[in-house]
Design a protein around this ligand. Structure first.
Ligand code: SAH
Ligand code: F3S
Length: 440
C-alpha cells in the first residue's frame, strides 16, 4: 500500500505552488499519495506563512494538535516548512522536539532525502539554507493540469520594504532560466492548459538566462509566451511599481493575450508613508504607470494591496490613501492592518496609531473598495465577455462557471463540452463578487 501525505498550506500563492511541488516530488520520488485526512497520513507537512500577525503561535498550535496523532502512531513523520520554518527553524527544533523535519522555502526539493535521514536519526533533521537556484532544477513534471496553471518564473525579493519579511524568508531575487519556462508552458499547452499565471514575488524584476548566454527581460518573456500555440490568456502575480518599465507597458499595447487586469500593490497613498515604508516610488510615479497603461489599454482594471495603520500614519495620510483609491478607481483589493514583523526595520518604529483608529480606517477603506468593486461589476452589465469555462458551478450543479479577463466568476447555463474552452457571454446580472451571463 502506498504511504500517504497530508499537506496543510497557509499563506500566499507561492506557498500554494510550493505545496503542489512538494506533493509532485514526493509522489515521484517516494511513491506517496495524497490524503485529505490527517489521521490517515504517514507524513504530515505544514507549509507555513509569516507575513502577518501571530504566525509563530499558530504554528505551535497546529503542531500541538499533530503531536497527539503521533502518540498513537509513533512512525508518523511531522515536517514543517515555509517562511516560519526558514526564520524560526532552530526555535521550532527546541520547542517541539517531536517535529522530525524542518525545511526552508528553498530546500523543499530535498524532502525525500530528509525523510530517509529522519527515519534513521533520532533527532530533528533541519535544512533551512538558501542554495541558489537549485530548487528550480527539481521542479516535477507538470502534473495533470487544469485549464489554468501557475508557472513559477522567479523567486525572492531584493526590495526590502521596511515592513516586509519576504526578503528574509524567500531570499534574494533568482530568475528561472527562460528556456525552462518556455518548455514547461509548451508542455502544459499540449496537455490542454489555456491560461498561464506567471508566479513570483516580483515578476517584473525577472531576468532569466537564455540558451545563448543572453538575458531575457520580463517584457521579452511575455512576448515569447504569447506566441505559444494554445495559450490564449496570460496573467502574472505579483508585480511591483519599481521596474514596471515602458517595455512592459508596450506588451499591453501589442499583446491582447495579456489580460486587462493588473494587481500592482501600492500600499499607501501618502508619500510620507511610502518613504517610511521604503517603497522607492512616489504616489505620482505610481499614477504615471497607471496612466500609461490606461493610454494603451483604456479598459484595464487595477487592484492593489494596502497597509493601514503604519507607524506615523495621520488622518491626512489616510485621507490621501482614500483619494488615491478614488482616483485610480481600484477594483477588488486586499487591505491589512499593519503588523510589525520581528527583524524588519519598521518593527523599530514607534507605533503611534491607536488600535481603534486603525480598525475604523480599515473599515472605511474596505467600504470604499467594495463600492468600487460594485462599480466595476455594474460596468460589465450587458457587455460581452470572453469567459474561460472552468467547470460545473459549485453553487448550482445545473450551471457552469468560468472567469472573465478581469478574474470575475460568471455563472451561466451551458453544456459540459464547453469546459476548458473560451466562450462569449452576455452579462445579464451582477452580485457582489460574481456575475451571471448567457451564451450569445
Ligand atoms: N510582492 C509580494 C508582496 C508580498 S506580501 C507578493 O505579492 O508576492 C503581500 C502583501 O502583504 C503586501 O503587498 C502587503 O500589503 C502585505 N504585508 C506585507 N507585510 C505586511 C505587514 N508587516 N503588515 C501588514 N501587511 C503586510
Ligand atoms: Fe515585500 Fe516589498 Fe518585496 S512588499 S515582497 S519587500 S517588494
Amino acid at each position: 500500500m502506498k504511504k500517504k501525505i497530508y499537506v496543510k498550506t497557509w499563506g500566499c500563492q507561492m506557498n500554494e505552488y510550493d505545496s503542489s511541488m512538494i506533493i509532485g516530488i514526493l509522489k515521484k520520488e517516494k511513491n506517496y499519495e495524497v490524503t485529505e485526512i490527517p489521521e490517515k497520513a504517514d507524513i504530515l507537512i505544514l507549509n507555513t506563512c509569516s507575513i502577518r500577525e501571530k504566525a509563530q503561535e499558530k504554528v505551535f498550535h497546529q503542531l500541538g494538535r499533530w503531536k497527539n496523532l503521533k502518540k498513537n502512531k509513533p512512525n508518523l513523520i511531522i515536517a514543517v516548512g515555509g517562511c516560519v520554518a526558514t526564520q524560526e527553524g532552530q526555535e521550532i527544533k527546541k520547542r517541539a522536539k517531536y517535529v522530525d523535519i524542518i525545511f526552508g522555502t528553498q530546500t523543499l526539493h530535498r524532502l525525500p532525502k530528509m525523510i530517509n535521514t529522519s527515519r534513521v536519526l533520532k533527532d530533528t533533521t533541519i535544512d533551512i539554507t538558501f542554495p541558489e537556484i537549485e530548487k528550480f532544477d527539481y521542479l516535477p513534471e507538470p502534473c495533470t493540469p487544469n485549464i489554468s496553471s501557475f508557472v513559477s518564473i522567479m523567486e525572492g525579493c531584493n526590495k526590502y520594504c521596511s515592513f516586509c519579511i519576504v526578503p528574509y524568508t524567500r531570499g534574494k531575487e533568482v530568475s528561472r532560466p527562460c528556456d525552462d519556462i518556455i518548455f514547461e508552458i509548451s508542455v502544459l499547452a499540449q496537455k490542454g492548459v489555456r491560461e498561464i499565471n506567471l508566479l513570483g514575488q516580483n515578476v517584473n524584476a525577472y531576468k532569466g538566462s537564455t540558451y545563448n548566454g543572453k538575458i531575457c527581460t520580463f517584457a521579452e518573456l511575455l512576448r515569447i509566451i504569447s506566441e505559444i500555440d494554445g495559450i490564449d490568456r496570460i496573467r502574472f502575480t505579483t508585480s511591483n511599481p519599481i521596474e514596471f518599465t515602458d517595455d512592459i507597458i508596450n506588451v499591453y499595447r501589442d499583446t491582447p493575450k495579456l489580460v486587462s487586469f493588473l494587481h500592482l500593490p501600492v500600499q499607501s497613498g501618502s508619500d510620507k508613508i511610502l518613504k517610511l515604508m521604503k517603497r522607492s516610488h512616489t504616489v505620482s510615479e505610481y499614477k504615471t504607470i497607471i496612466n500609461k497603461l490606461l493610454y494603451v489599454r483604456p479598459n484595464i482594471q487595477i487592484s492593489s494591496d494596502f497597509i493601514i495603520g503604519f507607524p506615523g500614519e495621520t488622518e491626512k495620510d489616510f485621507q490621501d490613501t482614500l483619494k488615491l483609491i478614488h482616483d485610480v478607481k481600484f477594483d477588488m483589493s486586499y487591505s491589512f492592518l499593519y503588523s510589525p514583523r520581528p527583524g524588519t526595520p519598521a518593527a523599530d518604529l514607534k507605533d503611534t496609531v491607536k488600535k481603534d483608529t486603525k480598525k475604523k480606517r480599515l473599515y472605511i477603506l474596505q467600504n470604499l473598495i467594495n463600492q468600487q468593486t460594485v462599480y466595476w461589476n455594474k460596468k460589465l452589465l450587458h457587455s460581452t465577455q470572453s469567459v474561460l469555462v472552468e467547470g460545473v458551478s459549485k453553487k448550482n450543479i445545473m450551471q457552469l462557471c468560468g472567469r472573465t479577463e478581469n478574474n470575475r466568476i460568471v455563472h451561466f447555463t451551458g453544456s459540459p463540452n464547453m469546459i476548458g474552452k473560451f466562450i462569449n457571454l452576455k452579462i445579464t446580472d451582477y452580485y457582489r463578487n460574481t456575475l451571471k451571463g448567457h451564451i450569445i
